[in-house]
Design a protein around this ligand. Structure first.
Ligand code: G3H
Length: 256
């Protein structure tokens, strides 16, 4: 019955929350790998959760990805929060425009009435270019904002898929595969134990800055992301709230 299904989902969320040792898990029915509308449901749940966290002058760092884009679509367009500030968590230009952190930050701001800060930098800088960029006042300003982040909202991806999607260099792909990368979040690649094995050489939020943010919301669904979710949460901050789907949740619990 419908009620049994709801209880099943709540039970799944509870089990996952205990296994991943995080403060909360929200599970939406079905699997976004097999039904396209499920990602929108993840977006909707995350949007409602976010709106509860929108108070005063909250600084919100956002990453890219299609799940993040789904949140932007589901935010209420009432422009009710003019003092919010959305900050692109990375300068990534390696992805589809619609799925870049910059685009997501501006979409969140458009819906909520807040302001936004973007950072247009390639995903793969040379060492020299990276060192020079870091001295630029504009980049320094972004780094200060990352330091003051109240809330981080990020996706989690499969390492290999992300490396390919971002048109990484052969050298980067090698670093990622040889390092045993399983998951990716905010430009960092993590192995099965949740250790960082690689970081994209572009300006962006630092892992330490994510880890000390007072509020963190992660969004990722689909059974194909189970290994990535498990890998990322080996070492993720306990106060993270994960919004996922039944497909991913069931598969993660099978892997444990
Ligand atoms: O950082 C994680 C990935 O960007 C997730 O992307 O939501 O499109 O799977 P996705």
């Amino acid at each position: 019955s419908f009620m049994q299904k709801l209880t099943g989902i709540a039970d799944l969320a509870d089990k996952l929350k205990k296994q991943l040792k995080i403060s909360d898990v929200i599970v939406v029915p079905l699997d976004s790998d097999t039904a396209v509308t499920v990602k929108n449901q993840i977006g909707k749940e995350a949007a409602r959760l976010l709106e509860m966290n929108f108070t005063g002058e909250t600084k919100v760092a956002v990453t890219g990805g299609s799940t993040m884009a789904a949140i932007a679509k589901e935010l209420k367009g009432e422009k009710a929060y003019p003092s919010l500030q959305f900050i692109a968590a990375r300068g990534g230009l390696g992805e589809d425009v619609l799925h870049q952190a910059n685009t997501i930050a501006s979409a969140f701001a458009e819906k909520t009435g807040g302001s936004f800060k973007t950072l247009y930098l390639p995903d793969h800088l040379s060492e020299e270019a990276y060192a020079m960029m870091m001295k630029e006042p504009l980049i320094k300003e972004m780094m200060d904002l990352y330091e003051q982040t109240d809330l981080v909202v990020h996706g989690i991806g499969n390492a290999e898929e992300l490396a390919l999607r971002r048109q990484s260099t052969a050298e980067e792909v090698q670093m990622i595969t040889e390092g045993g990368a399983v998951s990716e979040a905010f430009g960092y690649y993590f192995d099965a134990e949740g250790n960082v094995v690689y970081r994209i050489r572009s300006a962006g939020i630092q892992l330490e800055q994510v880890q000390k943010a007072p509020n963190i919301i992660a969004v990722a669904g689909g059974h194909s992301k189970a290994k990535a979710i498990l890998s990322y949460f080996k070492n993720a901050p306990e106060r993270t709230v994960l919004v996922t789907d039944e497909g991913a949740a069931t598969e993660v619990l099978k892997l444990i």
